[in-house]
Every structure is written in C-alpha cells, then in structure tokens.
Design a protein around this ligand. Structure first.
Ligand SMILES: [Fe+2]
Length: 273
C-alpha cells in the first residue's frame, strides 16, 4: 500500500504532501516555501521523485520548489513536473496580486527543468508505479473577475489520485468559489472521493456544494493553529472561514480530519470496503 504524508509547516502557512509508492518513489504535491524543504527531503528519502505536481504559482506552494530548481541540486532526481500556470504577464497584472515575484522566478529557472515539464491539461492521466493521477480541471486565466484578488488561487489544478484497494484522494489546491462552481458543472460525476484536500487551507475556497459532490469520509487541512481556530465568518459573500467549513463537514458526518497544525502525519489510505 502506498503511503501519503501531510507535512506540517516550517513557514507561516503552506501546502505540502508526499506519496511514497511501494517501490519507494515519491510524488510530491507543492512543497511549501524554502524553509519547508529540509523536512520535505527527509520525508522523500533517497528514492526517485517520479512526479512533482504544482497546484498554482503562489509562494506558500511553490517557493521551495523554485529555490531548489535555482540551486539545481535535486533536479536530476525528478522525473516529471506537472503544472498548468497562468502566464507571468497575467499573474503580474492581477491588480491585487501581492507577491507575483515567485512566478517570475519560476519562469527564470525554467530552462533548468523545462525538459521534465508536462502541462497538466484536464483529461490528462498518468501513472506512477501503482498510483494513477487524473487531472480533472485547471482554472487557468478565466477568473480575473469577479474577484481579482483570487485569480491566481482560481488558476489551481484539481486532480485525483487512485490505486487499487486504496482510498481515493482529491486535491483542490487553492481553488476558489468561481472555479469550484465550474468544477462542479464540468466534472460532477468524477468528484466523489474518499479523502479531500480542503481548498485554500480550509477558508475562502470552494463552496459547500462541491464538498457534497465529493462526499468524503476524511478531510486534509493545511491549517496552522490560527487558521484552524478562525472564527465563524463570511469574509466576503460566498467566502467562508475555517470554522464555518468545519461545520459543513460535521453536518456531512465527516469526523476524520488531518490538520497540519498537529504535525506531519500519515494519512490512512486503507480502503474501508
Ligand atoms: Fe495557499
């Protein structure tokens, strides 16, 4: 049975997951910032990094990856890199995008790893040992309106990882409510999954109807303590805080939660059926 680790923060907040296959190869998802890299490398171990999937070009997801690519020390260990980012021009032009420099650094370092890159188009399927990775959705540059502050989150790729006898795991990245509505419209019958990564760290992400279509039995939250305990508020119409989303999952009968504030942890992938 493959293993899945939810990694805890060594930076203020971030997202980082690692699958280790039966052959000891790794699939990394995002990875966090530069200060998260030493711990990530401990979890990966000495095996190959068969795939590194980047959900969207924000610092708390890809700054560590970009730094590693600049240093070019572990590039040889990586077989394939999957991403589907908006262009540098789009990202930099988002009026409220506060930290666009990471995407500039990404494109600057690209010559070091371009030959390993695959654009994660919806419909793409790939295998890493016993894992199947299905890319379902990519927000791209579609969501500059109505909330320009969320345009880069909304560019996230959504994918599902399955394997015979293993609980299915759906990753939403930092997808927001507009992308979530289109995901539901385009992929409704593909969303059902046993485990879901709560979008955008569990706050201001996709709405409740998306989680109801996923109907998970477990949730993974990239939430440090302050975010996990966030008060029950609606930040803007349709943008719900963490406490409110915890209530959604309670109402859906989900009691199995993996939260990054509790440290790095292995997620139970054993199928209950
Ligand atoms: Fe994030």
């Amino acid at each position: 049975m493959p293993k899945l680790y939810l990694l805890t923060e060594h930076s203020p907040f971030m997202m980082s997951y690692v699958f280790i296959t039966d052959s000891d190869n790794a699939v990394v998802i995002d990875g966090g910032r530069e200060s998260d890299m030493p711990h990530l490398k401990e979890i990966i171990g000495a095996g190959k990094i068969s795939a590194w999937i980047l959900t969207h070009p924000h610092l708390d997801h890809i700054a560590g990856f970009v730094d590693e690519m600049k240093k070019n020390e572990i590039t040889d260990r990586i077989e394939k890199i999957y991403y589907n980012f908006p262009s540098k021009e789009f990202t930099v032009s988002c009026p409220t995008e506060v930290l666009p420099h990471v995407i500039c650094d990404f494109y600057k370092a690209l010559p070091n790893f371009e030959h390993k890159c695959v654009i994660a188009e919806p419909g793409l399927k790939t295998n890493v040992d016993e894992l199947e990775i299905d890319f379902l959705f990519a927000g791209g540059e579609r969501y500059l309106t109505p909330r320009p502050n969320l345009a880069v989150n909304e560019s996230s790729v959504v994918f599902k990882i399955t394997s015979p006898g293993m609980r299915s795991v759906l990753f939403l990245g930092d997808l927001g409510p507009e992308g979530g509505a289109d995901l539901l419209k385009n992929c409704k019958n593909k969303l059902k999954s046993d485990i879901v990564q709560m979008s955008h760290h569990g706050h201001s992400g996709v709405n409740e109807d998306v989680y109801r279509a996923i109907a998970p039995s477990a949730c993974m939250w990239n939430a440090p303590e302050w975010l996990w305990e966030e008060e029950d508020i609606e930040h803007e119409p349709g943008l719900w805080g963490t406490w409110h989303q915890r209530k959604w999952m309670y109402d859906m009968g989900v009691s199995e939660h993996y939260v990054s504030k509790d440290g790095t942890q292995e997620v139970d992938l054993m199928s209950k059926h």
